[in-house]
Design a protein around this ligand. Structure first.
Ligand code: SF4
Length: 459
């Protein structure tokens, strides 16, 4: 089950091995402390190495006979290292956190241009060069062990051995709709319908669906618009607090969570006439974090649902998709908690969908903070992707094979296998928006929403 246990990729950080290593390190700390020899700083590097080798997927908890959730242990280890000042600076993590923590629209725009638009383009150029010259071949064939950090040159090759996605929208969803002001709550509804017609839902887009892959947030809104819902968005750019918590910055995660909960109580008080009974998310880690927000105390009687579950309940279904076959990658942090995820996807796309197992290797910021570990995790996923795509093409099918998912980070991770498995990665709700609303769905939705479809309420 464990994402970081792939022996043939030299990755032997199984939960059991990590539990043993952590226990031995604790024994070493105790021994050195009690015998007053002075705690060896080297142990902190080893401790950090164990903590780095975990995608915090929590898949070890069910099979574990002694109920150890090594995902939680890894987070605790990261916190301990940070508090003691022993966490090593990582430029990849620092850049990602800066982007996620930013709330000012100008800063977000600037960082997005530098990191995502220019950074991804440069990475793809480097990938093409490395692929043509064969630099990445050895790494991809058999990833080297990752005990301790590899040299910089090797890390750079790990970082470019699979391409970052192209075609990421340049502007955020909020910028496109002109709702970046954090003093107003936008309510989006079809102006052609009566104002009190249609269920009101609160949609928390999170960073991945709003500032990174804004097509996901827009497709979610467009489909809510299509089914006649009134969509209430939070005021301004907000992160849920999950990335900070899982990276070992519990204090920052708690600060963000508390600030958001206070803000949402104010939103609920202002909009109590709307009777919001459903909170929608489009990201698995947002769902995991929002489950801790006690939303039933913010919007009494409400439930948390993933957009795909909501659309299934509303009877949205694609009928007769020709020329495309689908795989589904269920994220380690699946946002679908009310219904079985694969059943939801099959119901929505109206045909059989095969499951593509294993972690995609992106795991939030893992691919930029530890690209060497990510290469090893991707090694296993690549096998799964090739096998899944080959099975769908087994009868001579020559159309598109798409791998659908429901997590922005996985969308990025899966898009990196396009050259290996000949697949295209997409979000379920984006695929549905394309098929139901037409290829121009995004421009049409932005035009409709900005033509009198957005009410702005001061909060
Ligand atoms: S949380 Fe996931 S990656 Fe971490 S030890 Fe458990 S199964 Fe492995």
């Amino acid at each position: 089950m464990c994402s970081t246990h792939v022996p043939r990729a030299n990755l032997l950080y199984s939960p059991r091995n990590k539990i043993l290593a952590t226990s031995l390190l604790i024994e070493a700390f105790l021994y050195e402390e009690q015998t007053r020899r002075g705690v060896s700083l080297k142990h902190f590097d080893e401790f950090g190495d164990v903590a780095d080798h975990c995608t915090v997927c929590h898949k070890c908890v069910n099979p574990c006979p002694v109920d150890i959730d090594f995902g939680d242990v890894s987070i605790a280890m990261r916190n301990l290292l940070r508090k003691g000042g022993h966490k090593k600076f990582n430029p990849g993590t620092a850049a990602s956190m800066f982007f996620l923590n930013a709330t000012d629209p100008t800063t977000i725009k600037l960082v997005k241009t530098l990191l995502i638009d220019w950074g991804y383009r440069a990475q793809r150029l480097a990938y093409r060069f490395a692929k043509t010259t064969g630099v990445v071949r050895a790494q991809a064939k058999r990833p080297p062990p990752t005990v301790g950090r590899p040299p910089l040159k090797s890390q750079v090759i790990h970082f470019v051995n699979k391409p970052m996605p192209a075609g990421v929208p340049r502007r955020t969803a909020r910028a496109l709709l002109d709702i970046e002001d954090d003093t107003v709550v936008p309510i989006i509804r079809d102006p052609a319908r009566p104002a009190d017609d249609g269920e009101a839902v609160f949609y928390f887009p999170g960073c991945g669906s709003e500032r990174l892959f804004s097509q996901v947030g827009l497709a979610t809104q467009a489909m809510l618009f299509h089914v006649g819902a009134q969509t209430v968005l939070p005021p301004g750019y907000l992160c849920c607090g999950y990335p900070q918590t899982s990276a070992g910055n519990h204090d920052e995660g708690l600060r963000i969570t508390t600030a958001n909960r206070v803000l949402f109580h104010r939103v609920a008080n202002t909009l109590n006439y709307l009777d919001i009974r459903t909170v929608i998310v489009s990201c698995g880690t947002c769902m995991d974090q929002l489950l801790k927000y006690e939303f039933d105390r913010i919007f009494p009687g409400c439930r948390l649902l993933d957009i795909h579950e909501y659309l299934m309940e509303k009877g949205v279904r694609l009928d007769g998709v020709e020329g495309t076959r689908y795989l589904y990658h269920d994220p380690c942090h699946t946002p679908m908690k009310t219904y079985a995820p694969l059943a939801v996807v099959r119901d929505l796309v109206g045909k059989d969908v095969a499951l593509a197992d294993r972690c995609c290797g992106e795991s939030g910021t893992l691919a930029v903070s530890r690209p060497d570990v990510s290469t090893q995790v991707r090694f296993r996923k690549e096998e799964e992707m090739r096998r899944g795509a080959a099975a769908l093409r087994g009868d001579g099918f020559a159309g598109d094979v798409k791998v659908l998912t429901s997590c922005p980070s996985c969308l990025q991770g899966l898009s990196r296998f396009a050259d290996d498995a000949g697949t295209q990665a997409d979000y379920i709700v984006v695929e549905i928006a394309k098929r139901v609303l037409g290829e121009r769905w995004m421009a049409d939705y932005v035009a409709k929403a900005t033509a009198g479809g957005i009410e702005r309420v001061l909060v």
